[in-house]
Design a protein around this ligand. Sequence first.
Ligand code: CDP
Length: 228
Amino acid sequence: MNRRISVAIDGPAGAGKSSISKVVAKKLGYLYIDTGAMYRGITWALLNAGISIDDVDAVEAALSKIQLELRVEETGLSVWVNGTDVSQDIRTQYVTSHVSQVAAQKAVRTKLVEMQRHMASAGGVILDGRDIGSIVLPNAELKVYLTASVETRGHRRWLELKDSENISLEEVCRTVAERDAMDMNRKESPLVCVDDAVVVETDHLSIEETVQTLVDLIRKAELGGHHG
Ligand code: CDP
């Protein structure tokens, strides 16, 4: 039987990390952990409680009162905050436009990274995010940096949003680029492509092709003897 490894998938907004990871995990019987959903859950909770998200002390004080839970369901992961299912609410443009500011804060990252490492401890996991290969799982047997041009990523995100939100393609591309800049330039755990990551450019790959690329990489890594 193949070894069940830890897989780190990082990359900028809209690169397809979560849709691809979900399918790959299902195919391989791995647990998929969407770490972005956790940052979104905390952001939703802070906004819902009326906390001013740029007040670092207020955010830190509020964190202990936020009970965040990821539940594995038939349909995928759901995100719960203090007993409420917020899986839909965390995807709104309102949460999206605030999440990077929350994710830049050290207290928030410390809390979530600890939860993520705990969830990943048994192996057989795919985590996607911004700092998985660099900070959360630096010893992951496979690290992937999934990316595409900002136009491709903005267009994909716009297709997901256009039926539920009144937003133009240009505006989506602009917010994607802004979020990338914040995520790449922040002091705490910025988005980086680590040296030992395999870069997968998805501009000209279909979902199926990207899934297959990752499945092949994981199968190969499962056979490798290295465990960092
Ligand atoms: O799916 P999308 O690319 O829009 O983003 P996401 O994975 O849901 O992540 C939302 C935001 O959370 C990112 O823009 C980052 O600011 C933050 N994040 C992070 O800082 N570290 C992670 N490991 C995952 C997400």
